[in-house]
Design a protein around this ligand. Structure first.
Ligand SMILES: Nc1ncnc2c1ncn2[C@@H]1O[C@H](COP(=O)(O)OP(=O)(O)O)[C@@H](O)[C@H]1O
Ligand SMILES: [Mg+2]
Length: 435
């Protein structure tokens, strides 16, 4: 494979056979990174290699204009729908057909899920290619998202897989291109594995920074370039570090239309020989999506059930506490407690200022309906007639629950009730403690 980067500058795969392509392309947005990477991808496809591209926004689908074997999963130009869990199916497709795949992760809502997906995809590619070992070119757009310099737990799977592919991919036939517009944010482990680095134009101090940006990288790797050379580059111009040689060049235009610039291209359907494998993957993906939906519904149901059970447990715990208190207070103290005046507080938190158990009448303790203690406690601290809805909102009990408790305690002579009636049915409207 020969890659024509520009007139007079060719890269021959033969010269890199032992190490494979491990390419880093660093330049600010709009400096020509994707176009340069497309020169590699097109040459690879011309030579019958498979290509897999991971992109966060739709851009690489235009490869299909010249290479109909390119299949897009996800995004606006999807041949296959994207869903969590399709990684295996896509790797199957790569293994069992001649398809190349553009993996567009934009349909995955959350960035942490995109990272999880990419981590899983790269891991499965790596595992499968231990057996398959065919030459393949993997292009990672926005590599700093998948392999960030500052990483947390959620980044670690994707980061370690990018590093692993950069280190060991070659043995399996996996060649790698890392593209980033934020060199300071890209992890230096996979970057230091690159045997070819392209620096395009940068302007910002952060990107150029000698502490962590481009100038840091060039110094660390002993690449003799200056900040001025980097800032003076125009779109499409790059400084390449290739086998310890610095070359400055203007990249030629790719064959296929540029995805970012070509709003509408006519994309032919995938070729006949891919029809059957694609149909198979498509139906497996829809099975997967259905299964996932069922699982989510089930999770939702279990979550609601769990909430209800938690409430019931809390209620029982409260009852147990009450029973324990009653049991633990010795008889003589119980007797004395009757003579102690408990100051009534107006704090909205009921349980902190609850009436002492010795004061709680038996019907409250024995009430078969949950919440009796809270209703009694509230009324004992808030004298006078109280509306049911007020008790409900202050105690957190439902109106119906309060009504049941009130009816019971009224029957047992603990409360006075003013009844209302609606449609011939009586309901407790106001209530107060019987003095
Ligand atoms: N080799 C080139 N020659 C001339 N212009 C280029 C070249 N490469 C890129 N450009 C210009 O820069 C724009 C952005 O290119 P692109 O490859 O999308 O950059 P990036 O991926 O860095 O954002 C292109 O639309 C084009 O106008
Ligand atoms: Mg780009």
């Amino acid at each position: 494979m020969i890659i024509k980067l520009s007139d007079g500058l060719d890269l021959r795969y033969e010269d890199f056979k032992d190490e494979g392509w491990r390419v880093g392309i660093l330049a600010r947005s709009g400096a020509g990174k994707s176009n340069l990477a497309a020169l590699f991808a097109e040459s690879a496809l011309d030579d019958g290699w498979q290509v897999v591209i991971i992109e966060p926004i739709s851009e690489w689908h235009t490869l299909k204009v010249v290479y109909p074997q390119v299949v897009v999963c996800g995004g606006e130009y999807a041949d296959l729908p994207m869903a969590m869990g399709v990684e295996d199916l896509l790797i199957d497709l790569l293994e069992k057909s001649s398809a190349s795949i553009v993996v567009n992760v934009s349909d995955i809502e959350e960035e942490w899920e995109q990272k999880r997906f990419v981590g899983a995809f790269l891991w499965k590619l790596y595992r499968r290619w231990q057996r398959v070992r065919r030459p393949i070119l993997a292009v990672l757009e926005e590599a700093d998202i998948w392999a960030p310099q500052m990483w947390s737990k959620e980044d670690s799977p994707a980061l370690s897989r990018v590093s692993m592919l950069a280190k060991h991919g070659r043995k399996l036939g996996i060649n790698l291109i890392l593209i980033s517009q934020r060199p300071a944010d890209l992890h230096k482990s996979p970057l230091s594995q690159c045997n070819i680095l392209f620096f395009g134009s940068f302007k910002s101090a952060q990107d150029l920074s000698p502490q962590q940006g481009v100038m840091w990288i060039s110094k660390k790797l002993g690449i003799p370039i200056t900040e001025k050379e980097i800032t003076s580059l125009k779109a499409g111009e790059f400084i390449g570090w290739i086998k310890n040689r610095v070359v400055r060049f203007k990249a030629r235009w790719r064959k296929t239309p540029h995805g970012g610039e070509t709003p509408s291209v006519s994309l032919a359907p995938p070729p006949e020989e891919l029809k059957a494998p694609l149909d198979e993957v498509r139906s497996k993906i829809s099975e997967l999506v259905e299964k996932r939906k069922r699982e989510l519904r089930e999770i939702d149901r279990l979550r609601r059930e769990n909430e209800q059970l938690k409430k019931i447990i809390e209620e029982y715990e409260r009852k147990i506490e009450i029973l324990k208190t009653v049991k633990e207070i010795p008889l003589e103290i119980k007797a004395k407690l009757d003579t102690i005046k408990v100051p009534i507080q107006t704090s909205p938190t009921i349980r902190l200022t609850s009436p002492l158990m010795a004061e709680v009448p038996d019907p409250v303790r024995l009430c078969p309906h949950p919440g009796a203690y809270d209703v009694y406690s509230y009324l004992s601290k808030n004298k006078g007639w109280k509306k049911i809805s007020e008790i409900s909102s202050k105690t957190g009990l439902s109106v119906n629950r309060v009504r049941r408790v009130v009816k019971y305690l009224a029957r047992k002579g603990v409360l006075n009730v003013r009844w209302g009636s609606r449609g011939g049915k009586k309901y407790p409207a106001y209530v107060r403690l019987k003095s």
